[in-house]
Design a binder for this molecule. Sequence first.
Ligand SMILES: [Zn+2]
Length: 348
Amino acid sequence: MTRRDVLKALGGALGASSWLAPSLSFPTAPRRDTTPREADGQIMTVTGPIPPEEMGAALPHEHVLSRFGEPPARRPDYDLRDVFDTVVPILNDVQSAGCEAIMDCTAAYFGRDPLIMHRLAELTGLHLITNTGYYGAADDRYVPDHAYDESAAELADRWLAEWTDGVDGTGVRPGFIKTAVDGGPLSDIDRKLVRAAAKTHTESGLTIAVHTSGNVPAAREQLAVLDEEGVDPSAWIWVHAQNVDDVDALAEAAEQGAWIEFDGLAPGDEIEHHLELVQAMQERDVLDRVLLSHDGSSYPPEGTEPRPFDTLFRTFLPKLRDAGFSAETIRMLTVDNPRRAFTVRIRT
Ligand SMILES: [Zn+2]
């Protein structure tokens, strides 16, 4: 797909709404001349690669758009005017709180929309990052039929095509791989998705974020699959790690190099819980492997409550300061760690 096709697709999708009028100059359009190899050492945002030091304070796990809970759909049917009227003020607000980048963890089939993300990045100036991959949790509801028939290598080829040509061929390229596993031992399909993610990593250098939650055995099984594929644990993020009771299991993974993501920040009890986790990781000297986010949702499906993106900046960071964490440590948690975790680099 050429850049002109992207413009055409975007223009066609935009209709007449003023939010949506495409900037014809497209100053930040995807840089189609950037081959994957040239993206090495960069962070791939929806508007193109940026040097990691430009990213700033980042939220590594949020849902800017989501249809989670609705029937699977490859192309979500969003009311564009409503999306922009709702989401732009929320993004502007979290920006004013100090956020400079957001990784959107909404995967294929439950609401991922690269062209809307591209326009939101243009409208707000935020660095937005989208993903490739399939989501294997929620009892595999959002895993497409072809994933059962194809091999891990064939799935990796599909995801690598998104890396090269953009998500759904739009030219808007993914900045990481998102997948997910269910509870219990890894199922055949979940294992295949993790293996496909590992194979995608070895060709692209994209980081692999896996919804694993409190499933410690599944985390270990995933690291074993990565090892079989020659992928270093530092290419892998343990998503929803705040649901793990055994902090030593998290520290063990962190010591191997894995990223430990506490992404359930929300007003209320979660503040204290996340503070305890951060303190526990500091005691074990692995704070340089910790990521913090909200798993927020700025445009959830109808009937679902939005979840805020600003608790980290407005409540949790002041709490960390009060608890004695230095400015350098806070910078490490909000800027340096996400930057290191999401820099495109083959880690084998
Ligand atoms: Zn999430």
